[in-house]
Design a protein around this ligand. Structure first.
Ligand code: PMP
Length: 408
């Protein structure tokens, strides 16, 4: 007797994916970046916080304290809104804000996704900086936005151009990173912040202010957030703010506990709670409790430590760029955060240059994917947060040689 192995008909999974899924894009740079993990490569590509600065001993102490104090509740299901003492601490930073205006999220990346989900309908116009944070574009993309680029210069978004766009295009949302922007390291000036808040209010456009780096200023004066400016214009009433603020503990404490928050008016938070419930019920309660232990004494100390280190590394990188890069290359000089942005002479393409840089043992992120609507072929992002002075010296030297080689 012969037995035949039953065969099932092939399944065409691709044809069964939702329109949403089909709008998701592979990150063109992910494959490139895998190459940068070789131990022989000096990588200025990954936007990683410096791991040697992580407060591991404090996290261990905090974890024990949390288990002693809360027992099983530290690992039980928690509320969707988040751990109340943490929300209270966040709310207390801004006069007028209450815990009811604060939603804890699993990394601000989740906040971007959930806000995209509750705010963006297919075809809605979303105004973005050109360039902007690639991860935000990835979060919003499945919801089918129509991106409109806002031109930027060394002071951030060009607000005159914003006004022209607002006059011509009914927009739903403006997404901005005013402090030490990813990818450029630029900061939006105070005057422009005011104008941006006023213009968007006037034209009925919501603003999503993404601010994971704001506390990491190592030069110059702190500026009010867009949220604070909107709150002031609304007479201190959080219900009157059209700015939605996204904050994170990833860059000031550690990224791996995935703790961040969104603060906004009640109608936004209420919807966010529903979206969050469907996404993951809540952010791990144990992590939130650990973070709450750390915000009192460890966080301020940690912020000082990180600012000092990143300030030195940024200064170092800028000095080496001045020394080793050929004339005609532009770069930003950040006042905080983790990144700087390099613009090569027109005609050079940093994606094409990438393998040649790798051959010389150095990696960066080509700038093109940070543009929602294309462009930026001659740009690149460099991260200094996770590099030693020796790596900065030899890496920037190698990059300079690569650029010179391309110009010859
Ligand atoms: N927004 C910006 C501008 C970022 O640079 C990052 C991290 N690279 C995030 C959001 C996400 O951060 P997290 O989810 O760790 O809070």
């Amino acid at each position: 007797m012969t037995t035949t192995t039953p065969t099932l008909p092939p399944v065409d999974f691709a044809a069964r994916l939702s329109g949403r899924a089909q709008r998701m894009t592979v990150s063109a740079i992910r494959e490139l970046l895998k190459l940068t993990q070789r131990p022989d490569i000096i990588s200025f590509a990954g936007g990683l916080p410096a791991p040697e600065l992580f407060p591991l001993a404090d996290i261990r102490t905090a974890a024990n304290a949390v288990l002693d104090r809360y027992g099983p509740a530290a690992v039980q299901y928690g509320t969707t809104e988040g751990h109340l003492p943490l929300r209270e601490w966040i709310a207390a930073r801004t006069p007028g804000l209450t815990p009811a205006h604060v939603q804890i999220v699993t990394g601000s990346q989740q906040g971007l996704d959930l806000l995209g989900k509750i705010l963006i309908d297919e075809g809605d116009v979303v105004l973005v900086e050109a360039p902007t944070y690639l991860g935000a574009l990835q979060s919003f993309q499945p919801y089918g936005p129509r991106y409109v680029d806002l031109p930027t210069d060394e002071h951030g978004i060009d607000v005159d151009a914003l006004e022209t766009v607002l006059k011509a295009t009914p927009a739903k949302l403006l997404y901005a990173i005013p402090n030490f922007q990813n990818p450029t390291g630029r900061t939006l000036s105070l005057e422009r912040r005011r104008r941006l808040v006023e213009l968007t209010a006037q034209y009925g456009v919501l603003v999503l202010e993404d601010d994971p780096y704001g506390k990491l200023r190592f030069r110059g004066e702190d500026l009010p957030s867009l949220y604070e400016i909107a709150l002031e214009l609304a007479g201190g009433d959080p219900e009157g703010s059209h700015v939605i603020y996204s904050g994170s503990f990833s860059k000031t404490l550690v990224p791996g506990l995935r703790d961040a928050w969104v603060q906004a008016a009640h109608p936004v938070i209420e919807k966010l709670v529903q979206a969050k419930q469907g996404a993951d019920l809540h952010t791990p309660i144990f992590n939130q409790m650990i973070i709450t232990e750390l915000v009192g004494e460890v966080l301020p100390r940690q912020v000082e430590l990180v600012k000092k280190a990143y300030g030195e590394r940024a200064r170092d990188m800028v000095a080496r760029i001045e020394q080793h890069f050929p004339a005609g290359v532009d770069f930003t000089t950040p006042e905080g955060g983790m990144f700087l942005w390099v613009t090569l002479p027109e005609g050079l393409d940093t994606t094409e240059l990438f393998p040649r840089a790798l051959e010389r043992g150095v990696a960066y992120v080509p700038g093109r994917p940070f543009y929602a609507r294309g462009g930026g072929a001659n740009t690149m992002r460099l991260s200094y947060s996770n590099a030693t002075p020796a790596q900065i010296d030899s890496g920037i030297r190698a990059l300079g040689e690569t650029i010179r080689g391309a110009l010859d």
